[in-house]
Structures are given as structure tokens and as C-alpha cells.
Design a protein around this ligand. Structure first.
Ligand SMILES: Cc1ncc(C[n+]2csc(CCOP(=O)(O)OP(=O)(O)O)c2C)c(N)n1
Ligand code: SF4
Length: 351
């Protein structure tokens, strides 16, 4: 499907969704009823400075909403820190501590040890972007997991170092264009593969590690609640589109995130003590080209260059491989598969 057609399909779906009567929303606007549908608690307030359509901003709001107020956050530097805390302002409604790029997990470990010594049950959440997690903060993260600290680590994965100008990271997908992996004579975007971080994390035998996507908010909330209820180290990798770095319109950010899951390029899975225990099944797998075509970072894969087709086939093979190894293909209708899960009613306390 070409990208114009796909955009039209997305707009048509949105139009239908807006005109369809919803069981969960009263037809006449009753404010008391509407308030009941709102999240009970917000850890990240509106009015921060993220770009429109920023996946990271939405993901962080969902995480803090689900984790609840008795939480202390640490935050590796990166976009999330910069757009929420331009001194002297802060969009956080929780105790929140800045860390260096490389040591969010180390600071969280110290906070958790201090809370333990005081006999307090406050949960610690460490946060970082993919640069701060896959690459630069990985040593501190591995230590935190190995020492079994009672911490949830959340990685907001937008697949490049966005805050400093879109440099490639260990998480950038193969063939993507970034400012440090430009396509040209020598190569078609990033040469290397996206690091399989979740498997590396799972190899620490921690109680719970999972992936999620901003396209599926109820799934994120469920996984956060699960993770914070566990005593011990847990890890959540949230696929979070960056309109600026991916070269997409802000308004299709969520649709693009959903396509990453529906193509198999970003598998949504759960692992307990290293064993695969859950997946979000894909009801109708989509070709990777539907996902790639919407993004400028892959536009060189749709030229006459013979390497372009080869790279597209390579990416399709990677998606097919994910579908096979995680057994992602759904057998039929499933309320929690890639077509059903995002229709779960919105609002912090009702899923
Ligand atoms: C040791 C170190 N190297 C580099 C930097 C500069 N730096 C700050 S934020 C950042 C990029 C952050 O990327 P990522 O973690 O992926 O988060 P994003 O901004 O994409 O959300 C870099 C390179 C730094 N602060 N410290
Ligand atoms: S550059 Fe990307 S990650 Fe950073 S605030 Fe904008 S959309 Fe979000």
C-alpha cells in the first residue's frame, strides 16, 4: 500500500471512530460522568515542552499514572528530562531526581537501599531513553538487576539519541537514517542490527521483563502495575515514536507505533525469570513496507537503488523472524491482540 493510501485509511478509521457511538461515553456531556473516566492520578502534568505527538511524553504519563503516587523517580538525561524540567519549572508531581546520562540505575539503587534501611515501601522507578539504557547506562543497569534491587526500570525507546540531534544508538533499527548513519554510497542507513536488549535483560533472571508500545495504553498500565507489585528488579521497554527523529507527522505518531507492533518489527512480549510467558498476538500481520513508508528515516529504502529493495527484504525477514520465534501470529479474534487491545476503555482506573 502506498503511503498516501495508508494515510487516507488512517484518517478514515479515525473519522469512523469519532462518529461511532461509544458505550463508555455519555452522548450528552455530563461532567460528573466524564470526570469518572479521567485518570485518578497524574504524575506528569500537562504544560511540559515535549514536541506534539511525542511518544515518550505519553508513555511517561501512563507509567506514572499506573504506578501511583507513592513513587520516587530517577531520570537519565535525555529528552524526557529536558522537556519536563527546565529550571526552575517541573512538570513532575512526584519526587524526581536528575541523574547523569550513565547512572540512572545506580542512583535508583542508592535511593532504594536508603528506603529499605528506613523500612519504607515507596517504589523506585528509574527511567532513561534508549541511548541511556541500551548503551551508556547499561553497566549501571546490569549491576542494578544483578544485585536484585527492588526497582522498576523503564526505557522509553525512540530508537536514537534524540535530545542531542538524532544520533544512532544501539536501539536504532537496521537501515534507519540518523545524523550519524546517513544513507549514501557506503551504506543504506544504519549498518548494524537493533540490539536485542530484552533478551539481555532477561538473561539476568529477573522476575519480570516486558515490552510495550504507546499504541496500547491499557497494556502499558497493566504491565506497570504488575511490575511495581513485584518485590525485586523489573524492566519495561516502551516503544515511543519521536516525530522529529522518525520524520513523521505528529498526528500519526500512534498509528505508526501500532504498525511497528502489527508488522512484527517491535514484538510485545513478557518474560519471567528469563522464560517467555506472554505475547500480544498479531491478528493481521502487516507488511513492513506499510510501517517504513510513513517515515522519512526510511525514505531511502523506497528509491530505485537496487540496495533499497534488498534492505526492505532484510527488514521483512527480521519481522518474520520475530513472529516465528515469539509465536506472534494470532489464531483468531482475541480481545487482547494487536487489533483488540487498544480498544480497551481509556481512563486510568477502569481497564
Ligand atoms: C556521558 C555523556 N555522554 C553524552 C551526553 C550528552 N547527551 C545528553 S542527552 C543525550 C542523548 C539522549 O538520548 P536517549 O537516551 O536516547 O534519550 P532521548 O533524548 O532520545 O529521549 C546525549 C548524547 C551526556 N550528557 N553524557
Ligand atoms: S525530539 Fe522526539 S523525543 Fe524529544 S521531545 Fe521531541 S518528539 Fe519527544
Amino acid at each position: 500500500m502506498d503511503s498516501t493510501k495508508l494515510k487516507q485509511e488512517i484518517q478514515e478509521r479515525r473519522r469512523q471512530a469519532q462518529s461511532a457511538p461509544s458505550e463508555s461515553m455519555p452522548v450528552e456531556h455530563n461532567m460528573a460522568e466524564l470526570r469518572k473516566l479521567q485518570p485518578r492520578y497524574r504524575g506528569l502534568e500537562a504544560g511540559h515542552r515535549a514536541c506534539q505527538g511525542c511518544g515518550e511524553a505519553l508513555a511517561a504519563r501512563l507509567v506514572t499514572e499506573a504506578a501511583g503516587p507513592d513513587v520516587i523517580l530517577t531520570n537519565a538525561t535525555g529528552c524526557l528530562e529536558v522537556f519536563t524540567t527546565p529550571w526552575p519549572q517541573s512538570a513532575w508531581r512526584l519526587p524526581w531526581i536528575h541523574s547523569l546520562f550513565e547512572n540512572s540505575a545506580a542512583i535508583a539503587s542508592g535511593v532504594e537501599a536508603a528506603l529499605k534501611a528506613q523500612g519504607r515501601k515507596t517504589k523506585v522507578i528509574a527511567q532513561g531513553g534508549d541511548g541511556g539504557t541500551f548503551d551508556i547506562g547499561f553497566q549501571a543497569l546490569s549491576g542494578m538487576l544483578e544485585r536484585q534491587h527492588n526497582i522498576l526500570y523503564v526505557c522509553y525507546d525512540n530508537e536514537a539519541y534524540m535530545n542531542t540531534g538524532i544520533q544512532r544508538s544501539g536501539s536504532t533499527p537496521h537501515a534507519a537514517m540518523t545524523t550519524t548513519s546517513p544513507p549514501g554510497k557506503e551504506r543504506m542507513g544504519k549498518r548494524h542490527l537493533k540490539k536485542d536488549l530484552l533478551s539481555i535483560i532477561a538473561a539476568h533472571h529477573i522476575p519480570y521483563a516486558a515490552s510495550a508500545s504507546v499504541a496500547y495504553p491499557a497494556d502499558i498500565r497493566r504491565k506497570v502495575r504488575r511490575a511495581v507489585s513485584i518485590e525485586g528488579p523489573t524492566f519495561l521497554l516502551i516503544h515511543s515514536p519521536c516525530p522529529l527523529g522518525w520524520g513523521i507527522d505528529s498526528e500519526i505518531s500512534i498509528e505508526v507505533a501500532r504498525l511497528a507492533v502489527q508488522t512484527g518489527l517491535f514484538p510485545v512480549v513478557e518474560l519471567e525469570r528469563g522464560e517467555l510467558t506472554g505475547v500480544m498476538p498479531i491478528r493481521h500481520p502487516r507488511p513492513v513496507a506499510d510501517y517504513l513508508k510513513l517515515q522519512n528515516r526510511f525514505k531511502h529504502l523506497f528509491t530505485d537503488d537496487p540496495r533499497a529493495r534488498e534492505e526492505r527484504e532484510h527488514l521483512q525477514a527480521l519481522a518474520d523472524h520475530n513472529i516465528e520465534i515469539y509465536q506472534l501470529k494470532g489464531d483468531g479474534m482475541d480481545a487482547l491482540d494487536t487489533d483488540g487491545a487498544d480498544t480497551v476503555r481509556r481512563g486510568g482506573m477502569v481497564d
